[in-house]
Design a binder for this molecule. Structure first.
Ligand code: DSN
Length: 423
């Protein structure tokens, strides 16, 4: 289905750029987007993020700015902050971090000194770069020690985490990550952080929407600090938030501004406020539970087709597949699936013998397709396309990939994506 042309002012001023935006809209409409950290924002979030609020500088915090003319901006930020506090049940929220990595860097600035030991899950095990991984500033300026998952179960071994924490005495312990298909046991991490004298940081970027919708346990009251992006399952604009108990509020605010950032992106703050308002509605609870139901249904359908899933399945929105038994490298499969209109990302699996740029796995998730209204009954068809796509990747069968692409576009036409132009 061809989408109508949109963005008249942009088209008039810069047709070249407008054409690229139009092409991206068409791509997002036609394809099955399975990258677990992506989503479709609502039209309301999209509108809020494209407003004149971005014309305004507002270094500082509401009521304490370094520029005048904040009559409306202060209210926007207060609204976003109040909504974050109410939705997640926290004492304090800072909605200014530009994205997840700066948010996490602000946590280091608030609680640690360069050279201090910090602990997080190793990136190839499912952690995040900013949890002290070597190539990141957090691993260069701090001493990162890393835990993983057990090779036999794909699950975190809390005895190993405790032993490491008691031996290394890190200033910070990060829990959460980017490729974790299972429920995070915040209470277990909190106990270890208490025993070892560390600040516990729950990085819930991937699962913030599930937490808000009651489909994953909350890190409140276990974590000292909660870090999240706002654009994944939470379905807001690209941005981030830091939340904490009152005792840490000053340290966090000071670290974000003036410690790390200048003026907040007010148009993003506004769009975060809208997303938080949407996430507080009963329909968002349905959405969050549907994301998990769909992921479980998809995992079952993939297992039935002989796929090897890390940890044997999923509790959340995400599935990590090891394609070694299918005899196709993750990157080859991801690129073939892309040609078939199924957008995934290649990913390391725990104990991956291959390199991160050419790993054994593929990471998929259900936040986007659930936003379009696909339900558990559609997951066998999705698994079938993945299965046929991986088989075609192994065989180099471009005709089969093209056939899948047409079938995918056909189904997606029946499920219009939020925020994309309609007639
Ligand atoms: N890039 C994000 C993801 O895809 O999980 C993590 O920052």
């Amino acid at each position: 289905m061809t989408l109508p042309l949109s963005h008249p002012a942009l088209s008039a001023t810069d047709p070249e750029l407008a054409a690229l935006v139009g092409a991206e809209e068409q791509l997002q409409a036609d394809t099955l987007r399975l990258i677990p950290s992506e989503n479709y924002v609502s039209q309301a979030v999209l509108e809020a993020s494209g407003t004149v609020l971005q014309n305004k500088y507002s270094e500082g915090y509401a009521g304490r700015r370094y520029y005048e003319g904040q009559q409306n901006i202060d209210q926007v930020e207060r609204l976003a902050t109040a909504r974050a506090k109410a939705l997640f049940g926290v004492d304090h929220a800072n909605v200014q971090p530009y994205s997840g990595s700066p948010a996490n860097l602000a946590v280091y600035l608030a609680f640690a000194e360069p050279g201090d030991t910090v602990m997080g899950m190793a990136l190839p095990m499912g952690g995040h770069l900013t949890h002290g991984w070597g190539v990141s500033a957090t691993g260069k300026w701090f001493r990162g020690v890393q835990y993983g998952v057990r090779q036999d179960t794909g699950l975190i071994d809390f005895d190993e985490v405790r032993d490491l924490a008691l031996k290394e005495r890190p200033k910070l312990i990060f829990c959460g990550g980017t490729a974790l298909p299972r429920t995070i046991d915040f209470a277990a991490f909190a106990e270890i952080a208490r025993e070892s004298g560390a600040v516990l940081v729950a990085d819930v970027a991937h699962i913030a929407g599930l937490i808000a919708g009651g489909a994953h346990p909350s890190p409140v009251p276990h974590a000292d600090v909660i870090s999240t992006t706002t654009h994944k399952t939470l379905r807001g604009p690209r941005g981030a938030m830091l939340m904490s108990r009152e005792e840490h509020a000053k340290a966090i605010d000071k670290a974000v501004f003036p410690g790390l950032q200048g003026g907040p992106h007010n148009q993003t703050t506004a769009a975060i406020a809208v997303a938080l308002h949407e996430a507080a509605q009963p329909s968002f609870r349905d959405y969050a539970h549907a994301v998990v139901d769909n992921a479980k249904a998809l995992a079952e359908a993939l297992l039935a087709r002989g796929f090897d899933l890390v940890s044997g399945g999923t509790d959340n929105h995400l599935i990590l597949m090891d394609l070694t038994p299918k005899d196709v490298p993750g990157k080859v499969a991801a690129k073939a699936l892309d040609r078939a209109g199924i957008v995934v990302n290649y990913n390391t699996v725990p104990y991956d013998p291959r390199k991160p740029f050419d790993p054994s796995g593929v990471r998929i998730g259900t936040p986007s397709l659930t936003s379009r209204g696909l339900a558990a009954e559609h997951m066998p068809a999705v698994a079938d396309w993945i299965d046929r796509g991986v088989t075609a990747a192994r065989a180099g069968d471009e005709d089969a990939l093209a056939a899948i692409r047409a079938e995918v576009a056909d189904l997606m036409a029946a499920f219009p994506a939020p925020g994309l132009p309609t007639d």
